[in-house]
Design a protein around this ligand. Structure first.
Ligand SMILES: *Cc1c(COP(=O)(O)O)cnc(C)c1O
Ligand SMILES: [Zn+2]
Length: 445
Protein backbone atom coordinates (compact mmCIF):
# COMPACT_ATOMS: atom_id res chain seq x y z
CA UNK A 1 0.00 0.00 0.00
CA UNK A 2 1.29 3.46 -0.85
CA UNK A 3 -0.12 6.02 1.59
CA UNK A 4 -0.26 9.64 0.50
CA UNK A 5 -0.90 12.97 2.18
CA UNK A 6 -1.32 16.49 0.84
CA UNK A 7 -2.00 20.10 1.91
CA UNK A 8 -5.55 21.42 1.68
CA UNK A 9 -7.27 24.63 2.82
CA UNK A 10 -8.92 24.40 6.28
CA UNK A 11 -11.98 26.17 4.85
CA UNK A 12 -12.52 23.59 2.16
CA UNK A 13 -11.39 25.66 -0.85
CA UNK A 14 -10.62 23.38 -3.76
CA UNK A 15 -7.00 22.58 -4.50
CA UNK A 16 -4.58 20.01 -3.18
CA UNK A 17 -0.90 20.81 -2.81
CA UNK A 18 2.06 18.49 -2.61
CA UNK A 19 3.77 18.41 0.81
CA UNK A 20 6.97 19.21 -1.08
CA UNK A 21 5.57 22.50 -2.30
CA UNK A 22 6.59 25.72 -0.53
CA UNK A 23 3.15 26.90 0.49
CA UNK A 24 1.76 27.85 3.90
CA UNK A 25 -1.56 29.49 3.11
CA UNK A 26 -4.49 28.89 0.79
CA UNK A 27 -4.07 30.89 -2.43
CA UNK A 28 -7.86 31.24 -2.57
CA UNK A 29 -8.81 32.62 0.87
CA UNK A 30 -5.44 33.19 2.57
CA UNK A 31 -6.26 30.98 5.53
CA UNK A 32 -4.13 28.12 6.87
CA UNK A 33 -3.63 24.79 5.19
CA UNK A 34 -3.78 21.42 6.84
CA UNK A 35 -2.31 18.06 5.97
CA UNK A 36 -4.95 15.62 4.77
CA UNK A 37 -4.55 11.88 4.60
CA UNK A 38 -6.19 9.28 2.41
CA UNK A 39 -8.51 7.91 5.11
CA UNK A 40 -10.14 5.45 2.77
CA UNK A 41 -6.80 3.88 1.96
CA UNK A 42 -5.72 3.91 5.61
CA UNK A 43 -8.95 2.13 6.58
CA UNK A 44 -8.00 -0.82 4.41
CA UNK A 45 -5.83 -1.86 7.30
CA UNK A 46 -7.98 -2.89 10.28
CA UNK A 47 -7.81 -1.12 13.64
CA UNK A 48 -6.37 -4.30 15.11
CA UNK A 49 -3.62 -4.46 12.52
CA UNK A 50 -2.70 -0.81 13.04
CA UNK A 51 -2.43 -1.31 16.77
CA UNK A 52 -0.31 -4.40 16.30
CA UNK A 53 2.01 -2.58 13.88
CA UNK A 54 2.43 0.38 16.24
CA UNK A 55 3.12 -1.89 19.20
CA UNK A 56 5.70 -3.85 17.23
CA UNK A 57 7.64 -0.70 16.36
CA UNK A 58 7.33 1.22 19.64
CA UNK A 59 10.75 2.18 21.02
CA UNK A 60 12.59 -0.45 19.02
CA UNK A 61 15.64 0.16 16.89
CA UNK A 62 14.56 -0.34 13.30
CA UNK A 63 15.19 3.05 11.64
CA UNK A 64 13.18 5.22 11.80
CA UNK A 65 10.26 3.44 13.45
CA UNK A 66 11.57 3.39 17.02
CA UNK A 67 10.76 7.08 17.18
CA UNK A 68 7.16 7.26 18.30
CA UNK A 69 6.48 9.88 15.61
CA UNK A 70 7.88 7.76 12.78
CA UNK A 71 6.46 4.59 14.27
CA UNK A 72 3.17 6.04 13.01
CA UNK A 73 4.67 7.27 9.74
CA UNK A 74 1.69 6.22 7.60
CA UNK A 75 -0.61 8.43 9.69
CA UNK A 76 1.88 11.29 10.00
CA UNK A 77 3.92 11.91 6.87
CA UNK A 78 4.14 9.02 4.42
CA UNK A 79 5.63 11.33 1.76
CA UNK A 80 9.19 11.31 3.04
CA UNK A 81 11.71 8.61 2.17
CA UNK A 82 13.21 6.89 5.20
CA UNK A 83 16.72 7.96 4.21
CA UNK A 84 15.66 11.63 4.43
CA UNK A 85 14.13 11.38 7.88
CA UNK A 86 15.85 13.56 10.48
CA UNK A 87 15.09 12.02 13.84
CA UNK A 88 16.40 12.10 17.41
CA UNK A 89 14.23 9.13 18.46
CA UNK A 90 11.50 11.49 19.59
CA UNK A 91 8.32 10.68 21.46
CA UNK A 92 7.77 7.74 23.76
CA UNK A 93 7.79 10.18 26.66
CA UNK A 94 6.96 9.07 30.16
CA UNK A 95 3.50 9.07 31.64
CA UNK A 96 3.82 10.13 35.26
CA UNK A 97 1.08 8.97 37.61
CA UNK A 98 0.57 12.05 39.77
CA UNK A 99 -0.99 10.07 42.57
CA UNK A 100 -0.02 12.25 45.49
CA UNK A 101 -0.82 15.53 43.74
CA UNK A 102 -4.07 14.06 42.47
CA UNK A 103 -5.13 13.16 45.99
CA UNK A 104 -4.43 16.71 47.12
CA UNK A 105 -6.51 18.32 44.40
CA UNK A 106 -9.30 15.74 44.38
CA UNK A 107 -8.46 13.68 41.28
CA UNK A 108 -7.91 9.94 41.65
CA UNK A 109 -6.66 9.33 38.15
CA UNK A 110 -4.33 12.22 37.33
CA UNK A 111 -1.43 11.69 34.93
CA UNK A 112 1.22 13.95 33.49
CA UNK A 113 2.42 13.30 29.97
CA UNK A 114 6.04 14.33 30.13
CA UNK A 115 6.48 15.80 26.65
CA UNK A 116 9.34 17.95 27.95
CA UNK A 117 11.45 14.79 28.34
CA UNK A 118 12.67 15.26 24.81
CA UNK A 119 15.92 15.82 22.97
CA UNK A 120 15.61 19.62 23.10
CA UNK A 121 13.51 19.70 26.26
CA UNK A 122 10.06 20.42 24.85
CA UNK A 123 7.28 18.83 22.81
CA UNK A 124 8.38 20.94 19.82
CA UNK A 125 10.66 18.07 18.72
CA UNK A 126 7.60 16.05 17.72
CA UNK A 127 6.64 18.50 14.99
CA UNK A 128 10.11 19.61 14.04
CA UNK A 129 11.25 16.11 13.07
CA UNK A 130 8.48 16.05 10.45
CA UNK A 131 9.16 19.53 9.12
CA UNK A 132 12.94 19.18 8.86
CA UNK A 133 12.60 15.72 7.32
CA UNK A 134 10.31 17.17 4.63
CA UNK A 135 12.87 19.94 4.03
CA UNK A 136 15.62 17.35 3.58
CA UNK A 137 13.37 15.51 1.15
CA UNK A 138 12.69 18.72 -0.78
CA UNK A 139 16.39 19.54 -1.01
CA UNK A 140 17.07 15.99 -2.22
CA UNK A 141 14.37 16.52 -4.85
CA UNK A 142 16.16 19.66 -6.08
CA UNK A 143 14.10 22.43 -4.42
CA UNK A 144 15.98 25.66 -3.85
CA UNK A 145 16.00 26.31 -0.09
CA UNK A 146 18.68 28.65 1.30
CA UNK A 147 17.81 28.00 4.95
CA UNK A 148 14.97 27.21 7.35
CA UNK A 149 13.79 29.94 9.75
CA UNK A 150 11.37 30.47 12.60
CA UNK A 151 10.23 33.04 15.12
CA UNK A 152 10.08 31.57 18.58
CA UNK A 153 9.41 32.03 22.26
CA UNK A 154 12.41 29.76 22.87
CA UNK A 155 11.42 26.15 22.33
CA UNK A 156 10.63 26.08 18.61
CA UNK A 157 14.00 27.72 17.94
CA UNK A 158 15.80 25.14 20.08
CA UNK A 159 14.12 22.32 18.19
CA UNK A 160 14.68 23.82 14.74
CA UNK A 161 18.33 24.47 15.56
CA UNK A 162 18.96 20.93 16.78
CA UNK A 163 17.20 19.16 13.90
CA UNK A 164 18.87 21.35 11.27
CA UNK A 165 22.24 20.76 12.94
CA UNK A 166 21.60 17.01 12.83
CA UNK A 167 20.84 17.23 9.10
CA UNK A 168 23.45 19.85 8.20
CA UNK A 169 20.79 22.26 6.91
CA UNK A 170 21.31 26.01 7.59
CA UNK A 171 18.82 27.52 10.05
CA UNK A 172 17.97 31.01 11.31
CA UNK A 173 16.04 31.76 14.50
CA UNK A 174 14.25 35.03 15.33
CA UNK A 175 14.00 35.59 19.08
CA UNK A 176 12.44 38.38 21.17
CA UNK A 177 15.34 39.88 23.14
CA UNK A 178 15.21 39.31 26.92
CA UNK A 179 11.93 37.40 26.66
CA UNK A 180 13.23 33.84 26.72
CA UNK A 181 15.28 31.94 29.28
CA UNK A 182 19.07 31.78 29.16
CA UNK A 183 18.93 28.03 28.57
CA UNK A 184 16.64 28.56 25.58
CA UNK A 185 18.90 31.29 24.16
CA UNK A 186 21.99 29.12 24.39
CA UNK A 187 20.39 26.15 22.60
CA UNK A 188 20.49 27.52 19.00
CA UNK A 189 23.80 29.25 19.73
CA UNK A 190 25.51 26.03 20.75
CA UNK A 191 24.23 24.30 17.61
CA UNK A 192 25.97 27.00 15.57
CA UNK A 193 22.71 28.32 14.17
CA UNK A 194 22.29 31.97 13.12
CA UNK A 195 20.53 33.49 16.15
CA UNK A 196 18.83 36.86 15.81
CA UNK A 197 17.86 38.55 19.05
CA UNK A 198 15.39 41.31 18.20
CA UNK A 199 14.02 44.19 20.23
CA UNK A 200 10.39 43.15 19.92
CA UNK A 201 7.99 40.48 21.16
CA UNK A 202 7.09 37.13 19.59
CA UNK A 203 4.34 38.64 17.45
CA UNK A 204 6.88 41.16 16.09
CA UNK A 205 9.40 38.39 15.29
CA UNK A 206 6.64 36.43 13.57
CA UNK A 207 5.78 39.30 11.24
CA UNK A 208 9.40 39.82 10.23
CA UNK A 209 10.27 36.17 9.67
CA UNK A 210 7.32 35.73 7.32
CA UNK A 211 8.46 38.57 5.10
CA UNK A 212 12.10 37.39 5.13
CA UNK A 213 11.04 33.86 4.18
CA UNK A 214 8.73 34.96 1.41
CA UNK A 215 11.33 37.09 -0.35
CA UNK A 216 14.52 35.06 0.12
CA UNK A 217 14.02 31.32 -0.60
CA UNK A 218 13.92 30.61 3.12
CA UNK A 219 11.56 27.94 4.39
CA UNK A 220 9.27 28.89 7.28
CA UNK A 221 9.20 26.50 10.23
CA UNK A 222 6.51 28.09 12.41
CA UNK A 223 3.40 26.12 13.21
CA UNK A 224 1.41 27.96 10.54
CA UNK A 225 3.32 25.38 8.53
CA UNK A 226 1.00 22.48 9.20
CA UNK A 227 3.70 19.82 8.80
CA UNK A 228 4.51 20.44 12.45
CA UNK A 229 0.94 19.69 13.51
CA UNK A 230 1.26 16.22 11.98
CA UNK A 231 4.13 15.34 14.29
CA UNK A 232 2.54 16.88 17.36
CA UNK A 233 -0.67 14.95 16.91
CA UNK A 234 1.27 11.81 17.86
CA UNK A 235 0.90 13.02 21.47
CA UNK A 236 -2.66 11.69 21.24
CA UNK A 237 -1.58 8.47 19.52
CA UNK A 238 0.98 7.85 22.21
CA UNK A 239 -1.35 8.64 25.09
CA UNK A 240 -3.92 6.17 23.87
CA UNK A 241 -1.28 3.55 23.21
CA UNK A 242 0.21 4.00 26.68
CA UNK A 243 -3.24 3.41 28.20
CA UNK A 244 -3.61 0.19 26.26
CA UNK A 245 -5.69 1.94 23.55
CA UNK A 246 -8.14 3.48 26.04
CA UNK A 247 -9.15 7.13 25.68
CA UNK A 248 -8.81 9.38 28.76
CA UNK A 249 -11.68 11.61 29.92
CA UNK A 250 -9.84 14.95 29.95
CA UNK A 251 -6.68 16.19 28.26
CA UNK A 252 -5.38 19.56 29.47
CA UNK A 253 -2.77 21.44 27.48
CA UNK A 254 -1.33 24.96 27.81
CA UNK A 255 -1.98 27.06 24.70
CA UNK A 256 -0.05 29.92 23.11
CA UNK A 257 0.02 29.86 19.33
CA UNK A 258 -2.61 27.09 19.64
CA UNK A 259 -0.93 24.62 17.32
CA UNK A 260 -0.63 21.96 19.97
CA UNK A 261 -4.25 21.89 21.11
CA UNK A 262 -5.24 21.68 17.43
CA UNK A 263 -2.76 18.87 16.90
CA UNK A 264 -3.99 16.87 19.89
CA UNK A 265 -7.55 17.22 18.63
CA UNK A 266 -6.50 16.12 15.17
CA UNK A 267 -4.72 13.07 16.57
CA UNK A 268 -7.72 11.82 18.51
CA UNK A 269 -10.01 12.53 15.58
CA UNK A 270 -7.84 10.46 13.27
CA UNK A 271 -7.78 7.48 15.64
CA UNK A 272 -11.56 7.76 15.87
CA UNK A 273 -11.99 7.91 12.09
CA UNK A 274 -9.83 4.82 11.68
CA UNK A 275 -11.85 2.94 14.30
CA UNK A 276 -8.84 2.62 16.58
CA UNK A 277 -10.72 4.35 19.41
CA UNK A 278 -14.46 4.51 20.07
CA UNK A 279 -14.78 7.79 21.96
CA UNK A 280 -13.19 11.22 22.19
CA UNK A 281 -11.82 12.93 25.31
CA UNK A 282 -12.79 16.42 26.44
CA UNK A 283 -10.05 18.86 25.52
CA UNK A 284 -9.03 21.69 27.82
CA UNK A 285 -6.85 24.53 26.62
CA UNK A 286 -5.24 26.49 29.45
CA UNK A 287 -4.00 30.03 28.89
CA UNK A 288 -2.06 32.49 31.00
CA UNK A 289 -4.37 35.33 31.97
CA UNK A 290 -1.77 37.76 30.57
CA UNK A 291 -2.08 36.17 27.12
CA UNK A 292 -5.62 34.86 26.89
CA UNK A 293 -7.29 35.78 23.57
CA UNK A 294 -8.79 32.29 23.25
CA UNK A 295 -10.23 32.38 26.75
CA UNK A 296 -11.87 35.74 26.05
CA UNK A 297 -13.48 34.27 22.97
CA UNK A 298 -14.52 31.09 24.80
CA UNK A 299 -16.46 32.92 27.50
CA UNK A 300 -18.49 34.52 24.71
CA UNK A 301 -19.23 31.11 23.23
CA UNK A 302 -16.59 31.63 20.50
CA UNK A 303 -19.01 34.07 18.87
CA UNK A 304 -16.26 36.59 18.36
CA UNK A 305 -12.51 36.52 18.49
CA UNK A 306 -10.05 39.39 18.73
CA UNK A 307 -6.25 39.23 18.97
CA UNK A 308 -4.86 41.07 21.98
CA UNK A 309 -1.52 42.56 22.98
CA UNK A 310 -0.06 39.89 25.24
CA UNK A 311 1.32 41.06 28.56
CA UNK A 312 4.47 39.75 30.18
CA UNK A 313 3.89 36.38 31.80
CA UNK A 314 6.08 33.88 33.65
CA UNK A 315 4.78 31.37 31.11
CA UNK A 316 6.95 33.06 28.50
CA UNK A 317 6.54 30.40 25.80
CA UNK A 318 2.83 31.16 25.61
CA UNK A 319 3.07 34.95 25.71
CA UNK A 320 1.26 35.28 22.39
CA UNK A 321 -1.60 37.66 21.71
CA UNK A 322 -2.33 36.78 18.10
CA UNK A 323 -2.20 32.98 17.84
CA UNK A 324 -1.85 31.73 14.29
CA UNK A 325 -3.82 28.50 14.79
CA UNK A 326 -6.80 30.04 16.54
CA UNK A 327 -9.35 28.84 14.00
CA UNK A 328 -8.08 25.27 14.08
CA UNK A 329 -8.11 25.38 17.88
CA UNK A 330 -11.68 26.64 18.12
CA UNK A 331 -12.82 23.93 15.74
CA UNK A 332 -11.07 21.24 17.76
CA UNK A 333 -12.52 22.56 21.02
CA UNK A 334 -16.03 22.72 19.60
CA UNK A 335 -15.72 19.16 18.35
CA UNK A 336 -14.35 17.82 21.63
CA UNK A 337 -16.80 19.53 24.02
CA UNK A 338 -13.78 21.63 24.90
CA UNK A 339 -13.10 24.04 27.72
CA UNK A 340 -10.77 27.01 27.92
CA UNK A 341 -9.48 27.95 31.36
CA UNK A 342 -6.99 30.59 32.40
CA UNK A 343 -4.50 31.06 35.22
CA UNK A 344 -3.12 34.19 36.85
CA UNK A 345 0.60 34.54 37.52
CA UNK A 346 -0.03 33.64 41.16
CA UNK A 347 -2.11 30.59 40.24
CA UNK A 348 0.33 29.19 37.69
CA UNK A 349 3.38 29.66 39.91
CA UNK A 350 1.76 28.09 42.96
CA UNK A 351 0.41 25.23 40.87
CA UNK A 352 4.04 24.53 39.95
CA UNK A 353 5.03 24.83 43.62
CA UNK A 354 2.40 22.32 44.71
CA UNK A 355 3.15 19.90 41.86
CA UNK A 356 6.89 19.99 42.41
CA UNK A 357 6.40 19.31 46.11
CA UNK A 358 4.95 15.95 45.03
CA UNK A 359 7.98 15.03 42.93
CA UNK A 360 7.02 16.49 39.58
CA UNK A 361 9.26 19.08 37.96
CA UNK A 362 6.97 21.50 36.15
CA UNK A 363 7.77 24.49 33.98
CA UNK A 364 5.53 27.58 34.22
CA UNK A 365 3.50 26.55 31.14
CA UNK A 366 2.75 23.19 32.66
CA UNK A 367 1.82 25.21 35.74
CA UNK A 368 -0.88 26.93 33.69
CA UNK A 369 -2.33 23.53 32.79
CA UNK A 370 -1.99 22.32 36.39
CA UNK A 371 -3.83 25.38 37.66
CA UNK A 372 -6.60 24.65 35.16
CA UNK A 373 -6.81 21.06 36.45
CA UNK A 374 -7.08 22.32 40.02
CA UNK A 375 -9.81 24.83 39.14
CA UNK A 376 -11.88 22.41 37.08
CA UNK A 377 -11.62 19.75 39.79
CA UNK A 378 -12.67 22.28 42.45
CA UNK A 379 -15.67 23.31 40.34
CA UNK A 380 -16.67 19.68 39.83
CA UNK A 381 -16.29 19.89 36.05
CA UNK A 382 -13.66 17.19 36.26
CA UNK A 383 -14.93 14.45 38.58
CA UNK A 384 -12.77 12.55 41.05
CA UNK A 385 -12.79 9.38 38.96
CA UNK A 386 -12.19 11.02 35.58
CA UNK A 387 -8.94 9.99 33.96
CA UNK A 388 -7.22 13.32 33.49
CA UNK A 389 -4.02 13.99 31.59
CA UNK A 390 -1.99 17.16 31.96
CA UNK A 391 0.36 17.70 29.04
CA UNK A 392 3.69 18.88 30.40
CA UNK A 393 5.18 20.86 27.54
CA UNK A 394 8.77 21.58 28.56
CA UNK A 395 11.54 20.44 30.82
CA UNK A 396 11.52 22.70 33.89
CA UNK A 397 15.32 22.83 33.95
CA UNK A 398 15.04 25.30 31.07
CA UNK A 399 13.27 27.55 33.56
CA UNK A 400 15.50 27.20 36.63
CA UNK A 401 15.53 30.98 37.00
CA UNK A 402 11.74 30.92 37.44
CA UNK A 403 12.01 28.13 40.01
CA UNK A 404 14.79 29.87 41.89
CA UNK A 405 12.81 33.09 42.08
CA UNK A 406 9.68 31.18 43.11
CA UNK A 407 11.47 29.59 46.02
CA UNK A 408 13.00 32.88 47.11
CA UNK A 409 9.58 34.55 46.78
CA UNK A 410 10.83 37.04 44.19
CA UNK A 411 8.33 36.56 41.39
CA UNK A 412 6.27 39.61 40.48
CA UNK A 413 2.57 39.14 41.23
CA UNK A 414 3.20 35.86 43.07
CA UNK A 415 2.89 34.99 46.74
CA UNK A 416 4.93 31.77 46.91
CA UNK A 417 3.03 29.20 48.97
CA UNK A 418 5.66 26.45 48.76
CA UNK A 419 8.83 28.50 49.04
CA UNK A 420 11.45 26.08 50.37
CA UNK A 421 15.06 27.12 50.54
CA UNK A 422 18.48 25.79 51.35
CA UNK A 423 19.61 26.41 54.93
CA UNK A 424 23.01 27.98 55.17
CA UNK A 425 24.75 26.67 58.27
CA UNK A 426 28.19 26.39 59.79
CA UNK A 427 29.67 22.85 59.46
CA UNK A 428 28.89 22.15 63.09
CA UNK A 429 27.13 19.09 64.59
CA UNK A 430 24.80 20.92 66.95
CA UNK A 431 23.76 23.54 64.44
CA UNK A 432 23.03 20.87 61.81
CA UNK A 433 21.14 18.65 64.25
CA UNK A 434 19.03 21.54 65.56
CA UNK A 435 18.17 22.57 62.02
CA UNK A 436 17.17 19.01 61.12
CA UNK A 437 15.01 18.53 64.20
CA UNK A 438 13.32 21.87 63.69
CA UNK A 439 12.53 21.06 60.07
CA UNK A 440 11.56 17.39 59.95
CA UNK A 441 8.11 17.69 61.46
CA UNK A 442 5.02 19.31 60.12
CA UNK A 443 5.91 19.09 56.46
CA UNK A 444 2.71 19.11 54.42
CA UNK A 445 1.26 15.83 53.26
C1 LIG B 1 5.20 26.17 22.30
C2 LIG B 1 4.91 25.92 23.73
C3 LIG B 1 3.62 25.95 24.24
C4 LIG B 1 2.43 26.36 23.44
O1 LIG B 1 2.13 25.57 22.33
P1 LIG B 1 1.26 26.20 21.14
O2 LIG B 1 1.22 25.15 20.12
O3 LIG B 1 2.01 27.42 20.70
O4 LIG B 1 -0.06 26.55 21.72
C5 LIG B 1 3.41 25.64 25.57
N1 LIG B 1 4.44 25.34 26.38
C6 LIG B 1 5.71 25.32 25.93
C7 LIG B 1 6.80 24.99 26.88
C8 LIG B 1 5.99 25.60 24.60
O5 LIG B 1 7.26 25.59 24.17
ZN1 LIG C 1 -9.04 28.62 1.27
Amino acid sequence: MKFRAWFQCINGCSGKYDLGEIIYRCPGCGDLLEVCHDTKLLKKRSARDWKELFEKRYRKHEWPYGSSVWGKKELVCPNVDNENIVSTYEGGSNLFWAERLGRQIGLDDLWVKQCGMAHTGSFKDLGMTVLVSMVKQMIADGKKIRAVACASTGDTSAALAAYCAVAGIPAIVFLPRNKISLAQLIQPITHGVLTLSLDTDFDGCMKLVQEICRKNDIYLANSMNSLRIEGQKTISFELVQQFNWDVPDFVIVPGGNLGNVSAIGKGFRMLYDLGIVKKLPRLVCAQAQHADPLYRSYIRGFKEYKPIKARKTLASAIQIGDPVSVKKAIRALEEFDGIVEEATENELANAVGRANRTGLLCCPHTGVAMAAAEKLAARGVIKKKDRTIVISTANALKFSDFLYKYHTDKLPGVKSECAYKALELPPDYNAVRDAILANTEGRPD
